[in-house]
Design a protein. Structure first.
Length: 290
């Protein structure tokens, strides 16, 4: 999971609050190990002092839980203004949890805890394999002409977004701050009833939204897990208007052979959840960028 928050300030207490919030969110969780630059596990005698000291420098150490049967890792780093939406520097908190029954059960509580304590703009939790697909969808350079996999749409580079409050992707679990929810027009009771049934309000007025009961899994050995998402799954990731990429799945056709199903594919329209992505965002982030 990744949480996007404002840049750290001098003597910022949010990194330590994030660690404490994670431990409160999952009973029995103890984050007491540091992972060194060499990949070694280092027991911490005074973890809080270490986190506070590192945060003064605008940094966050790589920490891990002490339970080898439930390995939770948290790390973070700053992102300069030139690479951030709206030209505003950010700090990203990255958390990894096992893709096990316990990890899946704890994911929503952990995402909420990290995002709320970080006072984040937004965040998401997505299995690593699906995250690889999202990375291949994102175009950070104008000379990157390789189409996304399996006909997924292009996602704009985060640095091209006009505001940090606008989420630039969807995850299996999503945290939207009050500002982010306003930016995408969520919730609309008339249109978001199904999403609201899988959503909950946070203490600060934000939202934790679960798209599906189980996390999607990327294709690998089987069909893409994104197909399990409701509605037009090809339109569910980008939270900005996008240029759809040609579908590359299926057998190759010979040159000159008409596309028998092109009209059918073109006629498919995003359903209600996909409409959430476009509503309130298309005017703010036109594609292609001017």
């Amino acid at each position: 999971m990744i949480v996007y928050a404002p840049a750290l300030a001098v003597n910022d207490g949010r990194p330590l609050a994030v660690v404490h919030g994670m431990e409160r969110a999952v009973p029995g969780l103890c984050i007491g190990l540091m992972i060194s630059d060499e990949g070694q596990l280092v027991p911490l005698q005074d973890r809080d002092a270490l986190v506070a000291r590192e945060s003064k420098r605008g940094e966050f150490p790589t920490l891990r839980s002490i339970d080898d049967n439930f390995r939770v890792r948290v790390m973070g780093w700053g992102k300069p203004a030139g690479m951030s939406p709206g030209g505003r520097a950010q700090f990203e908190f990255h958390v990894s949890v096992p893709l096990s029954a316990d990890g899946i059960a704890a994911a929503a509580a952990l995402l909420e805890a990290v995002a709320e304590e970080a006072r984040a703009f937004w965040g998401h939790a997505t299995p690593f394999s699906a995250g690889v697909d999202i990375a291949r969808q994102t175009k950070n350079r104008p000379d990157d002409l390789e189409p996304p996999p399996r006909g997924l749409p292009v996602i704009r580079s985060p640095s091209a977004m006009r505001s940090p409050e606008i989420p630039h992707r969807l995850g299996w679990l999503n945290y939207w701050s009050p500002a982010a929810a306003r930016a995408i027009g969520f919730p609309d009771p008339a249109r978001d009833a199904e999403l609201l049934s899988r959503s909950r309000r946070t203490a600060t007025g934000g939202w934790v939204v679960r798209l599906t009961d189980a996390p999607p899994r990327s294709p690998g050995r089987a069909q893409t897990g994104l197909r399990a998402l409701p509605g037009d799954w090809r339109a569910l990731h980008p939270l900005s208007t996008c240029a759809p990429a040609p579908c590359r799945s299926g057998p190759k056709r010979r040159r000159g052979t008409p596309r028998a199903h092109a009209g059918k594919e073109k006629a498919q329209q995003p359903r209600r959840i996909a409409g959430l992505l476009w509503r309130g965002v298309r005017d703010l982030n036109p594609w292609p960028p001017a």
